[in-house]
Structures are given as structure tokens and as C-alpha cells.
Write a protein that binds this ligand. Structure first.
Ligand code: PEP
Length: 246
């Protein structure tokens, strides 16, 4: 089943979250036909969990730390997220990598910590503009996937991967569906090699300037197994149009 995930980034207070969910739930029909996921900021998770209960819409966080508890000021752990009703966690988003300096080793530790807690991570990978120009897209993505899954290759069926070319995030310039499909196929093949028993259970999502106007084009391709949506998920009607674009 396809997964359509909203990444609100650092947007919406608690009251704005309440307004959004009240409005969004009016658009939700047949939630069992696709997996719908909201990833609000940490401060909104509790109220979002309460409001989403029974709706079929799932809840995820945008990040977490890899320790369970301790002297890590400002961090949030997987058990905290689990108890508050999260099923998913976005890990290794390009903003975490490039603004906050997360490296592949840290991302690997975070994936392990999430899996131990029974959370399903959405691992984000994607090349920068200069990598694409240099013809390095596949190499960069392969390295990110291999390092992120180092030592946990046999658990790759318990995660989803979002292919998000960095140059397409928040720029209004998406990849072409054909370019995205080529990378999605490459990742699927790579996972098949790394974990032959994974049975293709890892969904490959596309992210990067997805909007209601282009979502349908992507969804014509079965290789696009969902979306991770930033900007266009901030308005409930716009996100609902993406959710129901196929
Ligand atoms: C994202 O935040 O993961 C993202 C893809 O953002 P946008 O949809 O705004 O490009």
C-alpha cells in the first residue's frame, strides 16, 4: 500500500495543529486504501495523537536521538515517541544532514534505535545538485543506503526510503517522474542484493516539490510507492489532494 507522508518541518503551533487536523479529517475517505501519515513538530505530537485516534491517519516524528534516555539536553528518544503514539520517524532528512551536520554513522545509529523500539523509520536519501551535475546520483544514493543500513541489512524490510533529491526540496522544481523512477528502481535492486529475504517490503517514496498539480503524474508509475511532502502538506486541502491523487 502506498504511503503518503506530510513533513511539516518547523511549522504549526498546537492550536494550528488542531485547526489543521479538524479540517484535514473532513477530506479523509477510505483511509484503508492508502497509508496517510502526519509528521508534525514534537510539540504537536500529543494533541495530534489524541485527535487522530480512530481516524486511520497515522502519526510520525521528524527526527529522534539514538539513546533511550540520559544527559542529552534537547533531544527526544524513540521510547518517548512510541509512548506518544508515533508509528513512524523520519530519519536523515536532508535538512538534518546539511543544516545540523548529521552523518551516515549517526543516521545508522538512529535507524537501529528506532527499529529496536518498533518504530518504522523513513530513511531519506538524495543527491545534491553538484552530485547530479557530476553524474554521481546513483553512487551517492548507493553510499547513503549502504552506510545507513550497515549491520542491519536484514531489517531493511522494516523501513521505508524516501528518495529526495536535495535540489528538489522546497525549490518548486521537482525531479521528472522518469528520473525519480530510475532512482527508485536502482534502490529496489540495491535492497534486493543487500537483503534478498526482504521481499520488496521497503517502499520507495519520492519527495521534492510534490504538489497537487504534479502528484498524479508521479503516481502513474508503480515504482513511486508514496510521497514525502513538505511545503504542500502545510495546507490540509492541498495535502488531501495529494493523498487522493491516485
Ligand atoms: C521534504 O521536506 O521532505 C520535502 C520534500 O519538502 P518539499 O515538498 O517542500 O520539497
Amino acid at each position: 500500500m502506498r504511503l503518503i507522508a506530510a513533513n511539516w518541518k518547523m511549522n504549526k503551533t498546537v492550536s494550528q495543529t488542531q485547526d489543521y487536523i479538524r479540517s484535514f479529517l473532513k477530506f479523509v475517505e477510505h483511509p484503508e486504501s492508502r497509508e496517510i501519515l502526519l509528521c508534525p513538530p514534537f510539540t504537536s505530537l500529543y494533541v495530534a495523537h489524541q485527535m487522530l485516534e480512530g481516524s486511520g491517519v497515522k502519526l510520525g516524528a521528524q527526527n529522534c536521538y539514538y539513546e533511550k534516555s540520559g544527559a542529552f539536553t534537547g533531544e527526544i528518544s524513540p521510547p518517548m515517541l512510541r509512548e506518544i503514539g508515533c508509528e513512524y520517524v523520519i530519519i536523515g532528512h536532508s535538512e538534518r544532514r546539511h543544516i545540523f551536520g548529521e552523518d551516515d554513522e549517526m543516521i545508522n545509529k538512529k535507524l537501529i534505535a528506532c527499529l529496536e523500539e518498533g518504530l518504522r523509520p523513513i530513511l531519506c536519501v538524495g543527491e545534491k545538485h553538484e552530485d547530479r551535475e557530476a553524474g554521481m546520483t546513483f553512487k551517492v544514493v548507493e553510499t547513503q543506503v549502504r552506510l545507513a543500513l550497515s549491520g542491519i541489512e536484514d531489517m531493511s524490510d522494516r523501513i521505508d526510503i524516501a528518495y529526495e533529491p536535495v535540489w528538489a526540496i522546497g525549490t518548486g522544481v521537482p525531479a521528472t517522474p522518469e528520473d525519480a523512477v530510475a532512482v527508485h528502481r536502482f534502490i529496489k535492486e540495491l535492497l534486493r542484493e543487500m537483503n534478498p529475504k526482504g521481499e520488496g517490503k521497503t517502499r520507495i517514496l519520492y519527495g521534492g516539490s510534490v504538489k497537487p498539480t504534479n502528484a498524479g503524474e508521479f503516481m502513474k508509475h508503480p515504482e513511486i510507492e508514496g510521497f514525502l511532502v513538505g511545503g504542500a502538506s502545510l495546507d490540509p486541502e492541498s495535502f488531501a489532494k495529494i493523498v487522493y491523487s491516485f
